[in-house]
Design a protein around this ligand. Structure first.
Ligand code: COI
Length: 361
């Protein structure tokens, strides 16, 4: 494990968090940062005050989008412990994104240790109300300054922290989603399964059109046939039919959600019939007509478990479970929150304790 140098300013005064946190509006005092070069590998491991980036205007990530990010969470448990939720999985996914984008991978264990040090230092920022957490945003950017299109040789990785509440403006109420086929988010064999800014940029126009029509998000269809349900962009999707629960299989265009994987494990543990398979939009529409459709919900680090109250596809409006969260959605939300906050035993081994004898600062 590389030694982390600390260049922090000691905080003066108490942290006052607003009553309603929203998502990603507030940042903690300090970040973790390290640099990569082919000669030195990852170096300059530092925890230092959050500040603006000083980058050359020709930095490759600005022009050619060689960048990636992750999103995970830390919680304070009812026993006053600080825990990270599945951090190894997140850094493994970061490495998958890095390989696809020709960026350097990180040592997962070393990153988890670095994150523990940062979170421990910033532990007083962890909010504790239901649905709140300390959101962790690692990101990596290609920093060579050159205008030819090629992989950058130098890179920077930063981890910043943000106390968050509900991701959607609705809070934890069911969201309204537009099924969109005028645009696509990502195509199989492209970068759809990576957490890379381009996927989010590609989703903005469709999402903006949806927002103007009163919808919170877009449910994207596959980019080849515009036939299969893929994901929402800010969350993976689950469909609860009367006889089975289905989530789309990972075909290359869908993010490998850590919360998605956790929900699948929880559903199996609850003895529910969960199937991972492709789902045609027509199956969903027909199930609504015939009464086979019970509920639709999303899963994501930011979104947690988000009930979908209404779906619109062209002139068809589907009101799901009278616009209220279904019992399954409530159970999953409560269960994942109970695990994350230590109100129920961590029987899946998802939590990593931040027990830090960190260097005195
Ligand atoms: C997450 O759930 O962590 C995400 O990255 C979704 C969104 C905030 C981009």
């Amino acid at each position: 494990m590389a030694n982390i140098s600390y260049r922090i300013k000691p905080r003066t005064g108490k942290i006052e968090l607003p009553e309603k946190l929203g998502f990603g509006q507030i940042f903690t005092d300090n970040v973790f940062e390290m640099d990569y070069s082919p000669e030195k590998g990852w170096h300059n491991h530092t925890i230092k005050p959050l500040s603006n980036l000083d980058v050359h205007p020709a930095s490759m990530f600005i022009h050619y989008g060689q960048a990636l990010f992750e999103g995970m969470k830390a919680f304070r448990t009812v026993d006053d412990e600080v825990v990270l939720f599945r951090p190894h999985k997140h850094f493994e996914r970061l490495n998958n994104s890095a390989r696809r984008l020709v960026m350097p991978t990180v040592d997962v264990d070393e990153m988890v240790e670095a994150l523990k040090e940062l979170v421990y230092l910033e532990r007083d920022w962890i909010p504790t109300k239901t649905g709140e957490a300390l959101y962790i945003r690692p990101f990596m950017i290609g920093t060579d300054s050159a205008l030819g299109v090629r992989p950058s040789n130098t890179h920077k990785l930063i981890i910043m922290l943000s106390p968050v509440g509900a991701y959607y403006p609705e809070g934890f109420k069911p969201v309204k989603i537009l099924i969109q086929d005028d645009y696509v988010r990502a195509v199989r064999k492209g970068t759809g399964e990576c957490k890379t800014p381009g996927n989010y940029a590609a989703s903005l126009l469709g999402a903006e059109i949806a927002r103007k029509q009163g919808f919170t998000q877009v449910l994207w269809l596959d980019a080849v046939e515009l036939k299969y349900i893929e994901e929402v962009g800010t969350m993976n999707i689950f469909i609860e039919f009367k006889d089975e629960i289905v989530t789309p299989e990972l075909t290359g265009g869908i993010l490998h959600g850590v919360t998605r994987a956790s929900v699948i494990e929880m559903l199996k543990d609850m003895g529910k019939p969960i199937n991972v398979r492709r789902i045609q939009l027509t199956e969903l529409l027909e199930a609504y007509e015939t009464g086979r459709l019970t509920s639709v919900f999303g899963s994501g680090t930011a979104a947690i478990i988000s009930s979908v109250g209404e779906l619109r596809y062209k002139d068809k409006t589907l009101i799901l479970n009278q616009g209220e969260p279904s019992q399954l959605e409530i159970d999953l939300f409560n269960e994942i929150q109970a695990i994350q906050t230590g109100r129920t035993p961590d029987r899946f081994n998802w939590l990593v304790k931040v027990e830090v004898p960190v260097p005195a600062v």
